[in-house]
Every structure is written in structure tokens, then in C-alpha cells.
Design a binder for this molecule. Structure first.
Ligand code: FES
Ligand code: FES
Length: 157
């Protein structure tokens, strides 16, 4: 039995030793945002935030995540994080399969660096692959979300 907080909610799970975090969250819990794309740590589509860091849920065993605090794109959307609107405004998705992985990676970046440069954004997103070629749009969206967050802070929100 392991325990985890996922998007602010506490869970207890009976897990098998070979279950990945992606299998637990996506297949068992039904949070479908962490997408299984390559299943070998190469594309970033399965990214979730664990204890503040973006990690690949396809490469993490569920039992290694006992006690962890996990955030998925569902939680980011439920919290109405400005990244969500910025992603829509800047048309960051075509098929959308890679998008939750970009959103979680971007959210983790903004949490640790609220004022990233274009270069820092590109560095942070270098592990996320998109078959549809949406790359330039993500930089615009992250910069816009950073601006919105700053505005919110200045207004004391
Ligand atoms: S599905 Fe995990 S990195 Fe590609
Ligand atoms: S939007 Fe299709 S893979 Fe990225």
C-alpha cells in the first residue's frame, strides 16, 4: 500500500511492483492527461510534476512515488492556471497529444523561475517532442502566462 497526493487530493493505492506511475495515474485512476507516447523516456508526453519537478511518469515506478505530491494537467486546469488560456490563445496544439506534457513542464518551470527568458523556456521544454511542430507557440504561451502571473502578484491576487 502506498500513499500519494494527486492534484491536492490524498490517495492510498495497492500497487504491483511493476506498475509505472503512468499506469497508476492514467489507467487505474483515470486521469488521462499524462499521455503514453513513446514509453521509453524520449518524448515527454507523460510528464507530471512530482514534488515540484517535472518527471516522466512512464519511467517512474509507482512504488518509488510513495508519499509524493503529484500534479497533472488536470490539476493545473482545475486551478485555472494562466498557462491554460495562454495555450489556447497561442494555438499551442494541433492533435493535442503532446500538450499536457508541455503544460506540466511549463508549469514546473514557472514555479521555480517566474520570469524565464525565451532561451530558458526552450531549454526547459527541450525534452518534450511534438509531431505536429508546435514548438514556437509554447514559448509565446509561457511568456504570456508569466506576465499574467506577475500581474496577479502585483494586484495581490
Ligand atoms: S511516454 Fe514517457 S517519455 Fe514518452
Ligand atoms: S500537437 Fe500533435 S504531437 Fe504535439
Amino acid at each position: 500500500m502506498i500513499g500519494m497526493t494527486i492534484n491536492g487530493q490524498k490517495y492510498q493505492f495497492q500497487v504491483e511492483p511493476e506498475w509505472t506511475l503512468n499506469y497508476l495515474i492514467h489507467d487505474k485512476l483515470g486521469l488521462t492527461s499524462p499521455k503514453m507516447f513513446c514509453d521509453r523516456g524520449a518524448c515527454g508526453s507523460c510528464t507530471v510534476i512530482m514534488d515540484g519537478r517535472p518527471i516522466l511518469s512512464c519511467m517512474s515506478l509507482a512504488i518509488e512515488c510513495d508519499g509524493a505530491n503529484i500534479e497533472t494537467a488536470e490539476g493545473i486546469a482545475d486551478a485555472q492556471h494562466p498557462l491554460i488560456d495562454a495555450y489556447v490563445t497561442h494555438h499551442c496544439m494541433q492533435c493535442g497529444y503532446c500538450t499536457p506534457g508541455f503544460v506540466t513542464t511549463s508549469k514546473a518551470l514557472l514555479d521555480r523561475n517566474p520570469h524565464p527568458t525565451e532561451e530558458e523556456i526552450m531549454d526547459a521544454l527541450a525534452g518534450n517532442l511534438c509531431r505536429c511542430g508546435t514548438y514556437p507557440q509554447h514559448v509565446k504561451a509561457v511568456l504570456e502566462a508569466a506576465g499574467q502571473l506577475e500581474e496577479g502578484t502585483e494586484k495581490g491576487e
